[in-house]
Write a protein that binds this ligand. Structure first.
Ligand code: DX5
Ligand code: ZN
Length: 217
């Protein structure tokens, strides 16, 4: 299982997204946090900016939809050309249909769980997903403190994934930084989102390399 790093542009300069993307050529993905001020108490960006960003970078986009109606919007991100589209289990009303549409439109399908959402009830959806995202902060803002309470769930999710053949990627998002990434990797995560730890650094590419090295140890 190779380690992948997905810097979150939530902590980047939104007026210079093309430059910010270019500053992390060693990233596997660019994590794009879409927030609608309903599912989470914050508002960020939507489809038009994702479409522009797709033209501005060759790094694949990992779109994390923190929105109330993912069933309506998620397929459009896949259709636009996002490499991965993740919907929240707490928000989706027709997750099977939506996850299938995402795949059919050529993107990887992802399912996200908030810190207090158990993984077991969603095992039945594992056949529909390419990635499981476990939030390690309450979604909505960058720069929050990593929640250690999620570590046992990461381990549990890894066990369930292995039981299902081990193909599903296990992503963690929130408070992932030099001092927390090893714990996540040790618990079984393999895709790491980092916002402030990358775009808050002077040398963003070096921060990506350092996170990758720490997760690989
Ligand atoms: C939070 C977002 C994260 C955020 C992480 O709701 O989903 O992707 O950018 O930021 P850091 O890494 O600063 O915790
Ligand atoms: Zn995110």
């Amino acid at each position: 299982m190779a380690v992948q790093i997905s810097p979150s542009i939530l902590s980047a300069d939104f007026a210079r997204l093309a430059d910010e993307a270019a500053a992390v050529p060693n990233a596997d993905w660019l994590h794009v946090d879409v927030m609608d001020n309903h599912f989470v108490p914050n508002l960020t960006l939507g489809l038009p900016i994702v479409e522009s960003l797709l033209k501005a970078t060759s790094t694949p986009l990992d779109c994390h939809l923190m929105i109330e109606d993912p069933d309506r919007w998620a397929p459009q991100y896949a259709e636009a050309g996002a490499g991965s589209v993740t919907i929240h289990a707490e928000a989706a009303k027709a997750p099977v249909r939506t996850l299938r549409q995402i795949r059919k439109l050529g993107a990887r399908s992802g399912l996200a769980l908030n810190p207090a959402t158990a993984v077991e009830p969603y095992e039945g959806l594992f056949g529909e997903i390419d990635m499981l995202l476990l939030m390690t902060v309450e979604p909505g803002f960058g720069g929050q403190k990593f929640l250690d309470m999620v570590l046992p769930k990461i381990r549990r999710a890894r066990e369930l994934i292995q039981r299902h053949g081990g193909q599903i990627w296990l992503q963690v998002d929130g408070g992932v930084a030099a001092d927390t990434i090893e714990r996540c990797a040790d618990a079984g995560a393999d895709v790491f989102v980092a916002g402030s730890a990358v775009f808050g650094a002077d040398d963003r590419a070096a921060a990506v390399d350092a996170l990758r090295a720490a997760a690989t140890r």
